[in-house]
Design a protein. Structure first.
Length: 267
């Protein structure tokens, strides 16, 4: 029924708990999850999860807010993208939220890293998973610089304005909503969710972060993407089954995942 399009199951929060996570998913009718990579050092753990479990897939990328780790080259990302069950490049993008004493000009390394991911996605024809925080103008500008229509993907955990949503949609990207849409102080985001056509929406948890109501403050997990789906259904005044069906179809189409797969490793 539901799909969690963005979760971090290789993080320490889930060490030794994957069987529990999967059992919770089954009980909540969450059929699939995309496990997101944030560093090259983390990738082997991310990929192992996708290879070991028939309803997980993986991405390959380096988060824009990660410093002091190995810097990716286009060739690194292309090599990882060719591995089985790797369906996306990212999480990538720009994040100016924690500048501290730095200026936007000092963040050229982030823009260079983002360009690396954009080029890799273009060359391997796999979708980009975009993270943008306090940097939407530059994020959109760099995507436009790459050539409209040459890259595709999703703006994950969307928290930006309606104008940014319009720009993302114009670029051909999908928009993914997280548990933030259930937060009491998120009415502006709920207005964005009402605006974005359902056939351009994904839902996610961003586990272990951003647990939706009524679980706010707890360690998030993929099973709770069902709460995001229910919230989106209320905002769009649609049956929750329809929201689940369409967002799942959007996920499968964007990431090139067959509607049904033969049985694989059932561990």
């Amino acid at each position: 029924m539901f799909v969690d399009s963005h979760c971090h199951l290789a993080f320490p929060d889930f060490d030794g708990r994957i069987d529990e996570v999967r059992a919770e998913m089954a009980a909540a009718e969450v059929e699939r999850a995309l496990v997101i990579c944030t560093t090259l050092e983390e990738f082997p753990r991310v990929h192992a999860l996708a290879m070991q479990h028939d309803n997980f897939w993986a991405s390959a990328g380096v988060h824009p807010d990660t410093e002091g780790e190995r810097e990716p080259k286009v060739e690194d990302l292309l090599a990882l993208a060719q591995l089985p069950r790797v369906v996306a490049i990212g999480e990538t993008g720009l994040d100016y939220y924690r500048l501290g004493t730095r200026t936007v000009a000092d963040m050229q390394w982030q823009r260079d890293r983002f360009r690396t991911h954009i080029e890799a996605a273009r060359r391997c024809d796999k979708p980009l998973i975009i993270h943008t925080r306090s940097a939407s103008d530059d994020t959109v500008a760099l995507l436009r610089e790459s050539g409209e229509g040459l890259v595709r993907g999703v703006f994950h955990c969307f928290t930006e304005t309606l104008d940014v949503a319009r720009a993302a949609l114009d670029l051909g990207f999908l928009i993914s909503f997280s548990g933030i849409v259930t937060f009491r102080n998120a009415e502006s985001l709920r207005n964005v969710a009402r605006f974005v056509p359902l056939d351009r929406c994904l839902i996610e948890t961003d586990s272990p972060y951003l647990a939706p109501m009524p679980y706010r403050g707890k360690v998030n997990r993929p099973a709770w993407v069902a709460e995001v789906g229910r919230a989106l259904a209320l905002l769009k005044v649609l049956p929750v089954e329809q929201v689940a069906q369409v967002t799942t179809a959007n996920f499968n189409r964007l990431f090139g995942i067959p509607t049904a797969e033969p049985d694989r490793l059932m561990t």
